[in-house]
Design a binder for this molecule. Structure first.
Ligand code: SF4
Length: 426
């Protein structure tokens, strides 16, 4: 008999999708990589998406922009390349602080006709070694919104130097304060040689080799994982550092790789773990016994379902993810009790039918689906908020639980019920 979701059948869906495109990742990547510039080669729609999503301040010199490509036939593509070269030269002359330039592809057919990989190679020759030019695609045809970060990091890996040093590589763009907490915990445990991808500046980007052991902090980095393995680096499989349990298991997996015993991790983490458990317990009063349905969006769904079911007492009805990557998500599925439907991919109408039939207490979904579901009396949580809010490691575990408790409390208040009595009153 199946006891966890490890061997649960996966419902595969290939229909209409409702997600943001990979350009969205630029919003958090440009804050993290302080000498990088993201030049989207795209349409006015791409420019509008970035400007409205990033809330650009007119006083700041932004580190992203859009080179708008008007409609061109194939014969006009030579001009398009010359135009791109001119724009890049102008940008780099005006912004000598730029050390890494990413040409980011998008969906319009004119952009698809343009070979941005060759353009990046050509421009690297012109502007290197001072500036490294790389390319990746953020196109909504090919990517969900978190895949933009994955594509960006995967594009960086082949350009990195070689090393034989035994080092831990943390992979994933975390807010600085969260990254500092992680580095502090790892150092206290006894791991001293730690590098981070992406680095805050180009000169801090790691070198890679057969003694690089890498741990992912985000569950959507499948292509980056593959690129690092191709460079000979060794992956540390582990649940992701969400919640007290996830963080402890992640730290223990990393510690074991470096020959450090689990009781050292227990000793070092006792105080922050206790704080995290206390903070989670406060939100759990609202979450316990409630049902949750994940629509596929951020690729955080499987680790978050593990956190909500094991640490917050929720019941998952369906856990939908855009992609199911057994190397990355296997340790999570091992921990989730059998019962929920695991689905991969999207056929939005069918999924909405299942949400309506199940009427979960909470639906985690994209922005475009949340309002219609709210109008039907269902509580929702925007998946994108989970990427823009610090939620990793012990100190953020209570905030993570509270993010899910808030919509339930709000609906209870609107109904005039005590938030913790919602279930009893229904
Ligand atoms: S990349 Fe495609 S989906 Fe994204 S903003 Fe541009 S046109 Fe729209």
């Amino acid at each position: 008999m199946t006891t966890t979701c490890t061997s649960a059948p996966v419902l595969k869906e290939r229909g209409q999708r409702e997600v943001f495109c990979g350009l969205t990742g630029i919003i958090w990547l440009h804050r993290k990589m302080q000498d990088a510039f993201f030049l989207v080669v795209g349409s006015r729609t791409c420019a509008h998406l970035l400007q409205s999503a990033a809330g650009v301040m007119i006083f700041a010199e932004p580190r992203f922009g859009t080179a708008i490509l008007e409609e061109k036939d194939l014969a006009g593509m030579a001009d398009a390349n010359a135009e791109l070269d001119r724009e890049v030269a102008r940008l780099l002359a005006r912004r000598p602080d730029i050390r890494q330039l990413f040409l980011v592809g998008s969906c319009p057919s004119e952009v698809i006709k343009l070979d941005l990989h060759r353009a990046a190679e050509r421009l690297s020759l012109q502007h290197g070694p001072a500036v490294r030019v790389l390319n990746y695609s953020g196109s909504g045809i090919e990517t969900t919104f978190t895949q933009g970060e994955d594509a960006c990091l995967a594009a960086m890996v082949p350009a990195m130097d070689e090393t034989s040093a035994k080092e831990l590589l943390l992979v994933g763009a975390l807010p600085d304060v969260v990254e500092d907490q992680a580095l502090d915990l790892l150092t206290q445990i006894g791991i001293t040689h730690i590098r981070v991808l992406p680095g805050k500046r180009a000169e801090l980007d790691p070198a890679i080799g057969p003694n690089t052991h890498f741990a992912l902090t985000q569950p959507f980095l499948g292509d980056t994982h593959a690129a690092l393995v191709r460079r000979g680096a060794q992956f540390i499989p582990a649940p992701f550092p969400f919640g007290a349990e996830g963080t402890t298991l992640w730290l223990k997996a990393v510690a074991a790789t470096f020959g450090i015993a689990p009781d050292v991790v227990d000793r070092v983490t006792a105080a922050p773990r206790a704080r995290a458990e206390k903070a989670i317990a406060a939100a759990t009063q609202t979450l316990r016994g409630k049902s949750v349905f994940f629509l596929p969006d951020s690729q955080l769904e499987i680790p978050l379902a593990r956190f909500l079911t094991r640490e917050c007492g929720m019941q998952a009805i369906e856990i939908g993810t855009p992609y199911l990557h057994s190397d990355l998500h296997g340790p999570e599925l091992d921990l989730i009790a059998a019962g929920p439907t695991i689905s991969e991919g999207q056929d939005v109408d069918l999924q909405l039918d299942r949400v309506r039939a199940a009427r979960p207490d909470l639906t985690v979904c994209g922005l475009g689906l949340a309002n219609p579901l709210e109008a039907e009396g269902l509580s929702t949580k925007w998946a994108i908020e989970l990427v823009f809010t610090p939620i990793h490691f012990y100190e953020q575990a209570g905030d993570l639980a509270a993010l899910f408790a808030r919509p339930l409390r709000r609906r209870a208040i609107l109904r005039g019920q005590h938030p913790n009595m919602l279930e009893a009153a229904e």
